[in-house]
Write a protein that binds this ligand. Structure first.
Ligand SMILES: Cc1cc2nc3c(=O)[nH]c(=O)nc-3n(C[C@H](O)[C@H](O)[C@H](O)COP(=O)(O)OP(=O)(O)OC[C@H]3O[C@@H](n4cnc5c(N)ncnc54)[C@H](O)[C@@H]3O)c2cc1C
Length: 433
């Protein structure tokens, strides 16, 4: 993925008619428009960059709790020791120097939707930032298990990368012969549909390579079946890692006791696992909690603007949003998709600031590469067009992002493993540089 200018992006999105009016002068006056972006992950960093690139006379402030973003993408390879943490640590300096984005380290703690301000808690006290448009890309938050005593410092999820990844890495490294690595797959929708199955594969591969005789990975899936790449992961579980991975579907978590690494699910109970990688069910990041939420806890958005009903100047992108889609063809929560949504949102904001309607001919796409062993990987990609979306019976149920194609690797191979790094570096650069 290369950095796109607005003309290239619109062309890719199939919007020839929109090309005439570039670049857009936002607000003829001298006062710049103000956009605040909360969350400097794949969605937020991309939105901040592209609003600056495509808008004229727009101030963009990117707020993140941390000084750098640690990518979940490739983080399973940090867990196995194949990559270092620095390989997945992405800074904000290029956004500042190349694109003039203001970066503020702090936690957004309150939104005043009527007053158009967001309050940010920083090391030097609270700052109140006024905005003309607010973009939220806070990622996910976790839903605690119904019972027990869950402590992520004892049983890491490692579903937000960083200290959690290091903790899980150390626990995996401490496994010995006959030990159990027990992990859960959250109920869909969750961040990165293939991610948990990928983790099971690389954990099993690690244990095999270290010669841990009798050690095993147990996958407790809250869903009825594998949620992404069922053919590739079916082969990985039953052939590549045969005897090392036990897959248990329909395993709804009932309780977790982290101190004893014990878990009760509707399908299986395990006590005293050596490692319990409990990945909880998910919802939108906490700062979005005051906005309208769907039953799963994500923010429904208009896929032409990523705007939120009832909040004309607030946009939610990335894992935190819920995009209307055809039944059984949901828009995945992925970094690639967050990057894609951010560009649609950036374009809509630049148009709004220029007094124009949003483009109604947009596309988004997603890709995930999954390492299966230390040398092989599979991949998955999907493209979505705005238009009619359908229920399971094939009847039109409204407008949204309809999946027009789905590609999957036909073999688990070494070339895919190499391509994974090219793809990831290109996504990292398009989002952060
Ligand atoms: C193991 C694993 C593997 C994955 N592999 C892939 C893959 O191959 N391909 C792919 O496309 N995706 C992959 N993903 C998914 C991808 O990481 C996420 O979908 C992506 O990070 C979502 O981007 P986002 O901007 O919504 O959230 P994030 O990238 O999580 O960014 C959220 C940011 O918001 C900040 N934040 C949150 N709340 C606040 C607040 N109140 N104030 C200030 N800052 C705040 C956080 O610090 C964080 O930096 C993977 C995920 C995992 C766990």
């Amino acid at each position: 993925m290369q950095t796109l200018n607005r003309r290239q992006f619109l062309k890719l999105a199939g919007v020839a008619s929109a090309l005439a009016a570039l670049p857009r002068a936002v607000g003829a006056a001298t006062t710049p428009a103000r956009v605040v972006v909360v969350g400097g992950g794949f969605g937020g960093a991309t939105a901040a960059k592209y609003i600056r690139m495509w808008g004229d006379n727009v101030q963009v402030t990117l707020v993140d709790t941390n000084a750098t973003h640690i990518s979940c993408i490739l983080s399973n390879l940090v867990m196995t020791g194949a990559l270092s943490m620095s390989r997945i640590t992405l800074g904000y300096s290029a956004l500042k120097t190349n694109h003039g984005v203001n970066v503020l380290q702090g936690r957004a703690v309150a939104i005043d939707g009527a007053g158009n301000t967001v309050t940010v808690s920083t090391a030097s006290g609270n700052r109140v930032l006024p905005y003309d448009h607010l973009v939220l890309s806070p990622g996910i938050d976790f839903i605690a298990p119904p019972a027990g005593a869950w402590d992520a410092n004892l049983t890491p999820h490692a579903w937000q990368a960083g200290a959690q990844t290091t903790l899980l890495k150390n626990q995996l490294a401490a496994m010995r012969n006959g030990d159990l690595f027990v992990m859960t797959v959250p109920k869909s929708p969750y961040r990165c549909p293939p991610g948990p199955y990928e983790r099971a594969c690389v954990a099993a591969d690690y244990l095999k390579r270290k010669g841990r005789v009798g050690a095993k990975v147990i996958v407790l899936d809250a869903n009825a079946s594998i949620q992404a790449e069922p053919v590739a992961f079916g082969e990985a579980f039953n052939v590549t890692h045969a005897g090392m991975i036990e897959y248990v579907p329909n395993a709804t978590v009932q309780s977790v006791v982290s101190s004893t690494r014990s878990i009760v699910t509707s399908a299986r109970t395990v006590n005293n696992a050596k490692v319990l990688n409990f990945i909880p069910n998910q919802k939108a990041g906490a700062i979005a909690a005051g906005l309208p939420l769907n039953a799963q806890g994500f923010v429904p958005v208009n896929p032409l603007t990523y705007g939120v009903a009832g909040y004309p100047n607030i946009h939610v992108i990335g894992d935190a949003c819920a995009v209307p889609a055809s039944d059984n063809k949901a828009v995945p929560k992925s970094g690639h998709m967050a990057n894609s949504e951010a560009k649609v949102c950036a374009d809509a904001i630049v148009r709004a600031l220029a007094g124009e309607a949003p483009d109604d001919n947009v596309t988004t796409n997603s890709a995930c590469y999954s390492p299966i062993t230390a040398r092989t990987a599979s991949w998955l990609s999907a493209n979505y067009n705005y238009g009619d979306i359908y229920d399971a019976a094939g009847n039109v149920k409204g407008k949204g992002m309809h999946r027009v194609d789905l590609g999957e690797a036909d073999i688990i191979g070494g070339d895919n493993y190499e391509d994974m790094f090219t793809w990831a570096d290109s996504l990292f650069a398009d989002s952060f540089m």
